[in-house]
Design a protein. Structure first.
Lengths: 149, 390
């Protein structure tokens, strides 16, 4: 009986690996189809933004953009990010201090400025605006970032 | 995603196989779904009683990275943004004369330490990130200077790590003197984990040892190694941001950030290889693994490791008699969980962890003042004094 259970567990494990693999393929092809409809400039910017994100943002906001509950606000599916484009850019440029409400939860921390260039800010905004299911607005440009003071 | 799929498969299997051995399922979940292989053996306890109060002695600071007490009881505080602040009896004064700070990612103005004979020679030691030298970006730099009035004078650059990098991570960098007057400081791997930490001909991912004037001690471990950076004292570090000189043994102890899990306390040994990234108790932020090894020949084991990570910053060894039970304990700040950990040691093993000052803010540094009280710097709050109940 134990042997049988073990065999099932083994099958389950391989099934799980397969499911995981196939969902990855599906997700990748979904992303490909979707991004074909986006402008090439946005696509390139998102790609560069991914690198900026992995360097400067990931340790707090995490790879899946979920943040840490009540400490670091989420970026994935974030009502704040969607509704506060200018304030988000400003936060990246000069730091973000004071109370903000994200998806109904209040955060009151200090995000210091990371010393990013206007291009890096545009890229990382485009990355966060168009990752993890987010589809927030049109492309953020370098000119737009430079104008925010 | 793993968790969801595992539970999905288990649900399917459970409904079809009613006589499946439950115990086996549970062990299966724990094997597959538990991405983190090694947990800390001792967990952090909530305190049974809180027998202290707190007082914010310096308020309105953003990221008070480092602070020291001057002999007159006033303080010097480094703000990561590049401000050096003198605080005396309620008055903050900005100190001029600091070299230009390269502000990027985790880099900025970092630690500050006094020379052991500060009263006689007035030397202050400061670390910060600088874009001096060739190449874009910046790297960790150590200077010494003297404070005259409200200005730094006699600024001497003692060390500048190379090459410059635009990466935002892992600048280190705590400063400490040992009992023989040698100066130690740390530099993190600068986000280049597969290139820097294991190569002693390169900077970064190292603990350095210098004489107080910046010259290289003539018994440093890698003087005869071709091409080595001779200031290196130990290597294979990720990002050490806490450093003490053990008051009894004179050993230098550091703690360093791990990736996801795998923060460590290490007892520094001359020429020691602390293994990053070949051995680690942590995994990548993404959940994938980068090494299967936690122990390899010729590499040092930590005194303690944290899984999950607490993001340790700042460390103090308590010699003060003012706090019940705290004497000979380590106090270590947690950026992530916003508390101080009190670690009780027995024969150089951690036997108890307890949370102090929970929920007040991200703890950047913790020190025992010359008055015997414990002080901590908290982001967005300031410098907090911990006052034991009588």
């Amino acid at each position: 009986m134990k042997l049988l259970s073990f065999a099932f567990l083994l099958i389950g494990f391989f099934l799980m690996m397969f499911f995981n693999y196939s969902t990855d393929i599906l997700y990748t092809s979904y992303k490909t189809v979707k991004s074909q409809s986006q402008s090439k400039a946005l696509k390139e910017s998102i790609k560069r933004g991914n690198i900026v994100y992995s360097d400067f943002c990931v340790s707090c906001h995490l790879p899946n953009g979920s943040g840490v509950n009540k400490i670091y606000p989420p970026l994935a599916n974030s009502d704040y990010l969607e509704a506060n484009r200018d304030a988000s850019i400003k936060g990246l440029k000069f730091g973000l201090k004071g109370k903000i409400k994200v998806n109904g939860i209040e955060y009151n921390k200090y995000m210091p400025p990371m010393g990013l260039s206007a291009e890096e800010i545009a890229d990382v905004m485009n990355y966060t605006n168009h990752s993890w299911g987010n589809t927030f607005g049109k492309i953020v440009t370098v000119a737009e970032v430079s104008e925010i003071k | 995603m793993y968790y969801k799929l595992v539970s999905l498969i288990l649900t399917i299997k459970l409904s079809s196989m009613k006589n499946l051995n439950l115990l086996l399922i549970i062990s299966f979940i724990s094997i597959v779904a538990c991405a983190q292989k090694h947990k800390s053996i001792i967990i952090a306890d909530d305190p049974k009683t809180i027998d202290y109060t707190t007082e914010v002695v310096v308020n309105e600071l953003d990221i008070p990275w480092g602070f020291v007490f001057l002999p007159d009881g006033s303080m010097l505080i480094t703000e990561k943004s590049g401000e050096l602040i003198h605080y005396n009896a309620g008055v903050k004064t900005k100190i001029k004369g600091l070299p230009e700070v390269y502000l990027r990612g985790q880099g900025g103005l970092m630690d500050i330490e006094l020379h052991p004979n500060y009263r006689e020679n007035g030397w202050l030691y400061i670390t910060y990130s600088s874009s001096d030298g060739e190449g874009e970006g910046g790297n960790t730099t150590l200077i010494r200077a003297q404070l005259i009035g409200t200005k730094l004078t006699s600024v001497e650059r003692l060390y500048k790590a190379e090459p410059n990098s635009k990466r935002g991570q892992h600048f280190g960098s705590r400063i400490e003197f040992d009992k023989d007057g040698y100066l130690y400081f740390s530099i993190g791997d600068r986000g280049n984990r597969d290139v820097n930490p294991q190569d002693i001909t390169r900077d970064c991912g190292k603990i350095y040892r210098l004489n107080d004037d910046g010259s290289i001690p003539n018994d440093n471990p890698f003087l005869d190694f071709p091409g080595a950076k001779t200031a290196i004292y130990s290597y294979g570090h990720r990002n050490p941001q806490g450093m003490i000189c053990h008051p009894d043994t004179g050993e230098i102890w550091v703690h360093e950030h791990g990736p996801r899990g795998g923060d460590e306390i290490n007892r520094i040994k001359k020429g020691g290889n602390f293994g990053w990234p070949l051995i680690s108790y942590g995994i990548n932020y993404s959940g994938t693994s980068f090494t299967d090894d936690t122990d390899l020949p010729g590499m040092e084991q930590p005194l303690f490791y944290w899984v999950p990570s607490i993001a340790p910053s700042g460390m103090a060894y308590i010699t003060s008699d003012m706090y019940k039970d705290w004497k000979n304990n380590l106090l270590i700040g947690s950026l992530k969980f916003e508390y101080i950990e009190r670690l009780v040691l027995e024969n150089n093993k951690v036997v108890k962890r307890e949370k102090i000052l929970e929920g007040m803010g991200r703890v950047r540094n913790v020190r025992q003042g010359i008055d015997g009280y414990v002080y901590a710097s908290l982001e967005g709050v300031g410098i907090v004094k911990i006052i034991p109940n009588k």
